[in-house]
Write a new protein. Structure first.
Length: 388
């Protein structure tokens, strides 16, 4: 499969500053009182929920806190990638960054976007409210989550991190919040090292003509077929394949993921970097829909050092806080350049960029070597900047 351009890859993986946060004090309620994540776990989970403006059927977000008992070294706000959410589908520390950090003294607060409230059985043609689910609206949710984290945190430095699209939001928050102690971008960028031309009016017109304001992670395979493949590989990767030509369903999923974004772009299970079963457990928990309007906003924003159409990127280029970035090689040289450029041109005088050789995009979160190459270095970096 031919390698995608960095911009096409960015649209698949991400989405779309010093603006003044609006007065926003949501009424959070406890959806799940603190309890061990699983029986015998040393990490516990608490979940809060709140209704968000404008108050539509799906205008709800949730914030999960993962922590161990002792006073933490720091607190971290984590912003997931496209179609991801904050539920711990993977409950072992070696394949879940949040649990790894929580068990080692970092309280993790992870956000469920509004997309998590949309039932997967929804008719995509009836999700017109997603036309208004812009980057500005989602950033208001990020700020609300940040404020709850600050109220619940235990007098320690606070950091923000995001994976893929979540890195966009993390850079935006870092650009407007000088109280943060650092930002960590996990295989995500904010600005293009070499911008590509983009016709935003034409893209908006095409989206309006189509009249479908949500993207569907099921893609050409279809949601039901996607979930069937993920479920089968998650339950038993050695079970029979769902299509001919594969030794088992684990090999089938490995082949699909290995090729879907170009060779090793999305993940590198055939290279032994990650396991099909772990990838399946992670991916079957995805939210089905995401607002397509943000892809258009992102493509406009990424090609300009300071996009005049928004205040969300005003702080980039002037960051005073430390920046840590991890970049996979599987997504290609253009992707790596963007991850590096976003960090090194951010304005920060304390920048660390780590390149993860042979990693695909999702491998950054679930590779067999991720604890050694990503999780522990991230924990050490946070502790050092927190003065602990």
């Amino acid at each position: 499969m031919r390698r995608m351009s960095w911009l096409a890859a960015l649209v698949l993986a991400l989405g779309v500053g010093a603006c003044s946060p609006e007065a926003d004090v949501p009424a959070w309620s406890v959806a799940q009182a603190e309890r061990p994540l699983i029986d015998g776990a040393r990490v516990s989970e608490t979940v809060w929920t709140t209704q968000r403006p404008p108050g539509g059927e799906y205008d709800t977000i949730r914030l999960h806190r993962y922590r161990a008992g002792a006073k933490p070294v720091a607190s971290l706000l984590f912003l997931p990638g496209t179609n991801m959410n904050a539920s711990a589908a993977l409950t072992d520390e070696r394949h879940n960054l949040w649990l790894y950090l929580a068990a080692r003294g970092i309280d993790v607060f992870a956000l469920d976007y509004r997309t998590n409230a949309v039932p997967p059985a929804s008719d995509i043609g009836r999700l017109g409210e997603m036309k208004g689910w812009t980057s500005d609206l989602f950033m208001s949710d990020v700020r609300a989550a940040r404020d709850l984290m600050l109220r619940e945190t235990r007098d320690v430095p606070v950091f923000v991190s995001g994976f893929s699209r979540g890195a966009f939001f993390a850079y935006m928050l870092a650009g407007e919040d000088a109280t943060l102690a650092g930002v960590i971008a996990l295989d995500g960028s904010f600005k293009a090292a070499v911008p590509e031309p983009y016709d935003e009016p034409a893209a908006l017109a095409a989206l309006a003509a189509k009249g479908t304001w949500a993207s569907d992670v099921g893609g050409r395979r279809g949601w039901d077929a996607r979930q069937a493949l993920m479920d089968a590989a998650a339950e038993n990767p050695a079970s029979p394949a769902l299509e001919p030509g594969f030794a088992d369903v684990g090999a089938q999923l490995a082949s699909v993921l290995q090729k879907s974004w170009g060779p090793g772009g999305l993940a590198n299970p055939e290279g032994g970097v990650s396991r099909p079963q772990i990838l399946a457990i992670l991916m079957r928990a995805y939210d089905r829909f995401y607002p397509a309007i943000q892809d258009i906003e992102m493509k406009r924003m990424v090609g300009q050092a300071n996009d005049p159409a928004t205040a969300l990127d005003d702080g980039w280029g002037h960051l005073a806080l430390p920046v840590l970035a991890f970049s996979s090689t599987g997504m290609g040289a253009g992707w790596q350049a963007n991850v590096r450029h976003s960090a090194e041109a951010s304005g920060s005088k304390d920048v660390t960029v780590t390149v993860l050789d042979a990693y695909g995009h999702l491998d950054v979160l679930v590779a067999e070597t991720a604890p050694e190459l990503v999780f522990q270095p991230m924990r050490d970096w946070i502790a050092a900047r927190a003065g602990r």
